[in-house]
Structures are given as structure tokens and as C-alpha cells.
Design a protein around this ligand. Sequence first.
Ligand code: NAD
Length: 351
Amino acid sequence: TDSSKKILITGGAGFIGSHVARLFVTKYPDYKVYNLDALTYAGNLENVSDLEGSSNYKFIKGDIKDAEFLNNLFKEYRFDAVIHLAAESHVDRSITNPNDFIETNVLGTANLLNAFKEIHAGFFDGKLFYHVSTDEVYGSLGKTGLFKETTPYDPQSPYASSKAASDHIVRAYGNTYGLPFVISNCSNNYGANQFPEKLIPLFINNIKQSKPLPVYGDGNYTRDWLYVEDHAIAIDEIFHKGKTLETYNIGGFNEWTNLNLIKLLCKLMDQKLGRPNGSSEQLITYVKDRAGHDRRYAIDAGKLNRELGWKPSVTFEEGLERTVDWYLTNDEWLEHVTSGAYQDYYKKMYH
Ligand code: NAD
């Protein structure tokens, strides 16, 4: 591979994107890494403040919904590869504002593909469009079975359907225009920098403040969980060693019902905060179920393991402890994202 590649990472100020950007900037000093992010409520430049000043890194504020802006940007920088993570990502928000998801996730992805196709004009040698996607495209499972790369798509929420649509569009560009792509579909991530609307950071924060822990329905929803840094490592492996035009499932081999996960988290938080064992569990309150809630997701990451040798590097207990420690020592981050103060940080840094 060309060691001076120009790589565009979209959504690099968000949760997963910030870990991917850090890994690529630090591990590949010869690459030029461009981080394109609109800095929506979920994007926070504090997530990548340590990369500012690296000679192989540049942040660009911009919206993937804006096709003309993207076309000009791609003409200016002529990116060799795109790792596309920018998205509206929260299922509950997709239920209240589905169009935001369709505009960013579907049209935004198409805009990026068009801009990439345009600059390379059919000469795609050594180029790659990497689409980062979710296992939610596969729908819901019964008590047994696993999602494989060949599982038919059956998305159930506006979020999942917008990601499914963008996966299909990426594949269609591969088939129609010969655009080299790779797609990975990953299970639920957890770790540092995750916006506190998502289950684990929300519950860490609520336990800390002794606020109720809202559990949907009966709490028996099952999800697979992966430590975010292991997702970033998988993306690195697939980017460099994956086969183009292929899909890889990424998962933690780590299924938990929401209720058991919350109990484990409560136990860990009791220890960390020096509270009597069992006190956090008393905060659990059952709330009305999410509309169209998928019962169980579980992913088979066997292909990635067999073909590229990837497996999670930390156990769930280790990953969860690191995550709790990070949230407990980064009060300021939490305060800034919840108050919107990171927008001021952007103004300070860039204006
Ligand atoms: P996130 O919400 O934390 O970050 C998304 C980032 O995209 C933010 O920085 C936001 O500012 C940016 N963004 C949003 N709309 C934009 C637009 N129109 N133009 C430019 N930038 C925009 O999300 P995340 O959890 O880090 O997820 C990243 C990607 O990984 C998404 O594509 C998501 O579907 C996928 N994914 C997430 C998970 C998970 O568990 N979080 C699991 C599998 C796949």
C-alpha cells in the first residue's frame, strides 16, 4: 500500500470515529488523516484534542448533507480512501426525527460516494471506500441464532433502515461503477467518549447522581457488546487486509440482557463509589417499552476472526471497568457535552 495515503475519516469527532482517528494518526505517521465532522450535538472536538498539532492530522468542519461542499473538498484534497462513520446514530432520536437520519445517513452517504467516484473517474486502483455500519440492519433474532454476513436485511427502526439503505447504496456503487468498498457491521459499542444518551454512559452518570435507571420493558432485551477500541482495531485490520467488495461482521462474542448488564454495572459502580453493595440496583425503574424494540441481536464475527485473525483484546469486565474509570475521572467532559459547552471549545480553537 501507498504509505502517503490521504484518508478522510467522517464523523471523527464522534464516539467511535474519535478512536479510529486516534489509531490511524498515531499508528500511521505517513498517512495524512483528515477528520470531517459537522459537530452535531454528538460531535465533540474534545474527543480528539490530543491529535491537534499532529503534522499528519487535520480537522475540517463540514456537513455530508452538502453535496457541493463535498465535491469541492474532494477536488481539493483528492482522498485515496474514505472511512465513513458520520451518521445520526441514536435509535430513540430516529423514532422522533426520522428525516434527520434519512438525510445524513442515506443522502450523506450517497453524496460522499458521488464525490469519491467523481475525483477518481473510474481509476480506482488502490482506492477504498470503507462504510462503517451496524448489526441492526439484520433486524431481530429469536432466542437462538446469530447474524452472519449473509443474513438477509430486515431493519426495524428508522435508524436501522437508514443504515441498511446506505449499505445497499455502497454495494450498488461497487457493482455499477466498480467503486472499491468494504463494509463492516458491528454490534453495540461502549467506552470513553460516548455521548451520555446511550445506555452505558447514561447509567454510569445516573448512578453517580443517584438518579433512576430507566429500563425498557422487562429488561430482557439482549445485545452483544464490544469495547470501542477493539472496534477501531477491527476497522484498521479490515481497512488494510480486508477484501474489497466484502462485508465483515464485528462483535464481542459477548451477549448480555439489558437487566444483567445493568446489574453488573451497578455492582462495579458500588465498588468504585464506595457505596454499600446493592445500593445502585435500587435505582432501577421499569419504563414503557421503546416502539418496535428488537428483542435480541447477536453477531457472528467468525469470518473476521478466521480470515484476518481479529478478536476482542479485552474482556467485558475489563472494558467496563476502564469505561467506568474514564467517566468517573472525566467529569469535565461530561459536563461539557451535556451543557453544549464543547461548541465554545470549537469557537476557541478555530475562530
Ligand atoms: P456518534 O453519534 O457518537 O458520532 C457521529 C458523528 O458524526 C458525530 O461526531 C457527528 O457530529 C457526526 N455527524 C453527524 N451528522 C453529520 C453530518 N451530516 N455531516 C458530518 N458529520 C456528521 O456515533 P457513533 O456511535 O460514534 O457511530 C459512528 C458510526 O458507527 C455510525 O455510522 C454508526 O451507525 C456506526 N455504528 C455505531 C455503533 C455503536 O454502538 N455506537 C455500532 C455499530 C455501528
